[in-house]
Design a protein around this ligand. Structure first.
Ligand SMILES: [Cu+2]
Length: 179
């Protein structure tokens, strides 16, 4: 079992910001409010696809193959959460937890419906983003680019690019059950 070092714990305050971000398909924003270069001016003009709050990725140690990413997603129109992409993982999926024969297991969740103004909670022990086949360890205090792929009611795909802080446990105000 991995025991977090004191240095890792002291950095937990940083990603604990509960900044509210309206991220457009072309704008990457972290919980610290920094922005990545815009992909194109055209998609900048679009309304933001989703509001993402409290996003974080669970820290890993060397050799660990997978981890979870968690956040609260709110949209202004009906949407579906279709997929997740990140360059740090060979494979990334939306997972759900299901009781099977008295055992809690996780499995791909398929498309998740988002209702306007109703936050979708991705949290440890529940619906989550699963990052698998990790290409490198994800130390606490680092950041991970994660792109959500959504589909609106017209069937148009919308992406939300995020920079998520890596932490040993949930930032303030979020559930802390183990993944
Ligand atoms: Cu999972």
């Amino acid at each position: 079992m991995h025991i977090p070092r004191r240095s890792a714990l002291s950095r937990l305050a940083l990603p604990a910001l509960a900044a509210v971000l309206w991220a457009s398909g072309a704008t990457a924003a972290s919980a610290q409010g920094t922005s990545a270069p815009a992909a194109s001016a055209a998609s900048n003009a679009k309304a933001a696809a989703a509001q993402v709050e409290g996003g974080w990725v669970r820290a890993t140690v060397a050799g660990q193959q997978g981890t979870g990413a968690f956040m609260r997603i709110t949209t202004r129109e009906p949407m579906q959460l279709l997929a997740v992409r990140t360059p740090v993982a060979g494979e990334a999926e939306v997972h759900e937890m299901k009781m099977e024969g008295g055992v809690m297991r996780m499995r791909p969740a398929g498309a998740i419906a988002l209702q306007p103004g109703q936050p979708l909670e991705l949290k440890p022990g529940g619906l989550h983003l699963m990052l698998m086949d990790l290409k490198r360890p994800l130390p606490a205090g680092s950041q991970v680019p994660v792109t959500l792929v959504l589909k609106d009611a017209q069937g148009v795909e919308r992406t939300v690019a995020l920079q998520l802080p890596v932490a040993v446990m949930a930032p303030q105000g979020l559930p802390t059950q183990p993944h």
